[in-house]
Design a protein around this ligand. Structure first.
Ligand SMILES: *Cc1c(COP(=O)(O)O)cnc(C)c1O
Length: 349
């Protein structure tokens, strides 16, 4: 018997969305961006590899200084309030390591991002989930929530709605611990909780480059929090942290806000058109503030929709969870990909 910690031996591990290894799929299952990253990102990576790639011999800047500086300019904060990461998942993990001991509690909304639970399992932390009311508020949130971290996915995944800042501010005041606002999809909407980071001591905002910046393959994320929190996260992270290519990619992507805005605008307009088309086919679609929609099947059978699309080599996300099994989550691709998806859905009986 190998001496695993009990919680590691017992935990299941997270199952990410399927990544097919042959081509020919329309991939609408992991909320990737259908457009390439900014050409400036490709230029920066190419420049970093210039000549014989000699720069790779040397360790990267351990503190990701330039990327933090540029992020701070973009988000209007001091660089001491920013940390970079290899994907926002790394930050969620390190926040738990910073604030939650084995046996202590984290909370989150169900349905939202279940990876919080996996990370809590690794730490041996307890997990408490809260449901949603029909008008998308958290059901039975206590006057004082005593868990060490509450993770709020806003906009929500997989349902696509956003919480208002007034609502998030109220939650922040009711949390004795940290309120992490996971803004993985916030670039697709207007309202961000960033200003709450300066107003409430316990608010942390996390962001990813995987969706709006088209850089899922680079593994890039960042957090904005007060300097004491950033300093703790700096102690926990790997000391040589982001690799050289990720660092130049992050910096170039952040500097090209015009490109970000243009791809986001295309995706939002495709999303709104696609949502209307789905409604005309009898699907229930709530307005989405993200780059995906949750489509409730006319016959209430999400699995059948998933399988019908799968047969046509179109991948969407089906969740067997009883709260979600009546629909599928469909990432917004190009207009052409969504036309093809609709063509298959029109044949659904
Ligand atoms: C995609 C996603 C993440 C992970 O982002 P990475 O930067 O790719 O690790 C975190 N939270 C939510 C809600 C997501 O959808």
């Amino acid at each position: 018997m190998l001496p695993f910690r009990k919680n590691i031996a017992e935990m299941a591990g997270y199952v990410p969305g399927f990544q097919p290894d042959d081509s020919g799929w329309i991939k609408l299952n992991t909320n990737e961006n259908p457009y390439p990253p900014s050409p400036k990102v490709v230029e920066a990576i190419t420049a970093e590899l210039a000549g014989d790639g000699a720069s790779l011999r040397q360790y990267p800047d351990a503190g990701s200084k330039e990327a933090r500086q540029v992020a701070a300019e973009v988000y209007g904060v001091d660089p001491a309030w920013v940390i970079m990461a290899n994907g926002s998942d790394e930050l969620l993990n390190n926040l738990i390591r910073a604030f939650v001991d084995a046996g202590e509690e984290i909370g989150y909304v169900h349905p939202s991002y279940s990876y919080y639970a996996t990370l809590a399992d690794i730490q041996g932390a307890k997990i408490r989930t809260f449901g949603l009311t029909d008008d998308f508020k958290i059901a039975d949130f206590p006057d004082r929530y005593q868990g060490k971290i509450f993770f709020l996915t806003s906009p929500n995944a997989p349902l696509g709605f956003g919480f208002t800042n007034d609502y998030i501010a109220d939650l922040a005041q009711r949390c004795d611990g940290i309120l992490v606002v996971d803004e993985a999809y916030v670039d697709f909407t207007a309202e961000t909780a960033l200003e709450l980071v300066t107003q409430y001591e316990n608010v942390v905002v996390t962001r990813t480059f995987s969706k709006s910046y088209s850089l899922a393959g680079m593994r890039l994320g960042l957090a904005i929090a007060r300097p004491e929190v950033i300093a703790a996260l700096d102690k926990i992270r790997d000391h040589y942290h982001l690799d050289r290519l990720a660092l130049v990619a992050a910096t170039a992507a952040l500097r090209d806000q015009a490109y970000l805005q243009s791809t986001v605008a295309k995706i939002c307009s495709t999303r709104d058109w696609f949502s209307d088309e789905l409604r005309q086919l009898g699907f229930g679609v709530k307005p989405s503030r993200t780059n995906y929609v949750f489509a409730e099947a006319p016959a209430g059978d999400g699995k059948k929709v998933y399988e019908t699309l799968l047969n046509a080599k179109i991948l969407v996300r089906y969740f067997s969870d009883p709260l979600l099994a009546h629909g599928v989550r469909i990432s917004i691709g190009t207009r052409e990909e969504m036309e093809k998806t609709l063509a298959v859905l029109r044949e659904l009986d």
